[in-house]
Design a protein around this ligand. Structure first.
Ligand code: SF4
Length: 371
């Protein structure tokens, strides 16, 4: 299968209190970042088969001025080979999707826009430190449809005390009213070195209890499936099979991906490497003609196999029955998992159920240690 290309745009207008991605509020560094990125491109020229997905993420790619974004996309398409039907995704902040910017994205050949909506509730958006409000979301999604985008994704966040199940259902209801091709529902996590992480450590924010988290997850899955969406990965739903994120599926299926930009990760089928998480060190390395790589690991056959189990059991395609046959007690474990309603076996594949998704991290362990 064709590899995918990811570009990390490490700039945001401000930092959201829950966000652990590498991004900085320093737009003055955009020109030097772009210059370095072009140099990083040349380091990998000719090393990958033609890509069939390009994902421009971040950070906030849509804060780049149209000319910069055009320069970036043109450079990538000039120096790498892409298949004719490449999925080209850009992550967007609703505030940036003006009529003009949205039209420019379309004219650049971007055929998929993933909008960081997070909630359809102004009170929740304020709690999450987002700079947009529902008014901007509605405007952005309407612009996208009016200008002809037929592949639109929406990201949402749930799982905190400032929102109850009724609020969350209301957000899902509003999201569905736009009939997006793709919906990602992420549970809020309190990452170290984030504002929310520190507040949690001080006891000033209280995470949900496990049973509450489960209620949100099951409600979300049930509600979106009732509305015709396919729950194809723990956090991801697609309107139909063709609307699944081609790029993100590569991460779950061990398909090679090249990541460019500070903090971007890459995988060539056996080796994984990741770039430095600092724009200064990134630019300095590339200026010297060195890959801006912070670290790497060569994955053994055993590690690749274990990852196949853990990644596959997070998706609705599951894993091949043969993948667990080398585990001595796998037959008994599989029978127990089936009896518990956590997996099904369909066409020679072990597929997690909705309840299985809820404990997906523990499913591979069950094959080794029993249920
Ligand atoms: S806009 Fe997105 S990438 Fe930027 S800080 Fe907020 S969550 Fe993180």
């Amino acid at each position: 299968m064709s590899p995918g290309l990811y570009v990390h745009v490490p700039f945001c207008r401000s930092k959201c209190p829950y966000c652990a991605f590498y991004s900085i509020p320093s737009p003055s560094l955009i020109p030097i970042w772009l210059d370095s990125l072009k140099k990083e491109v040349s380091l990998y020229s000719g090393q990958f088969e033609p890509f069939d997905s390009l994902y421009v993420g971040g950070g906030t790619p849509t804060l780049l001025e149209t000319g910069i974004l055009a320069d970036l996309i043109k450079h990538l398409f000039t120096h790498f080979d892409f298949t004719p039907d490449t999925e080209v995704t850009v992550e967007a902040n609703p505030c940036d999707l003006t009529d003009e910017k949205t039209g420019a994205l379309r004219d650049l050949g971007i055929n998929r826009v993933n909008v960081g909506v997070q909630s359809f509730d102004d009170r929740v958006l304020s709690f999450l430190g987002r700079r947009h409000r529902v008014k901007e979301i509605n405007g952005a999604l309407n612009h996208l449809r009016r200008l002809g985008f037929e592949n639109v994704g929406i990201d949402l966040i749930y799982g905190f005390k400032e929102q109850d199940l009724k609020d969350w259902r209301n957000t899902l209801y509003n999201a569905l009213s736009f009939q997006p091709e793709h919906i990602s529902c992420y549970q809020l996590t309190f990452e170290k070195k984030t504002v929310f992480g520190r507040l949690r450590d001080k006891g000033q924010i209280e995470p949900l209890m496990e049973s509450e988290e489960a209620a949100y997850f099951l409600t979300t899955s049930q509600h979106l499936e009732d509305n015709g969406y396919i729950h194809y990965e723990i956090s991801n739903f697609a309107k139909n099979k063709a609307c699944r994120s081609r790029h993100n599926q590569k991460y779950w299926r061990h398909i090679p991906t090249l990541g460019l930009g500070p903090s971007a990760h890459s995988f060539d089928g056996k080796k994984r490497w990741w770039n430095v998480r600092s724009i200064k060190r990134y630019c300095a390395a590339v200026e010297k003609g060195r890959p801006p790589v912070e670290g790497w690991e060569d994955l053994t056959e055993e590690q690749l196999w274990l990852e196949t189990l853990s990644l596959g059991l997070r998706t609705s395609t599951g894993i091949d029955l043969r993948a667990v046959s080398r585990i001595p007690q796998s037959d008994a474990a599989l029978s127990n998992l089936q009896a518990s309603g956590l997996v099904k076996v369909i066409d020679g594949r072990i597929i997690p159920t909705r309840e299985g998704f809820l404990v997906a991290d523990q499913l591979p362990v069950c094959f080794f240690e029993g249920v």
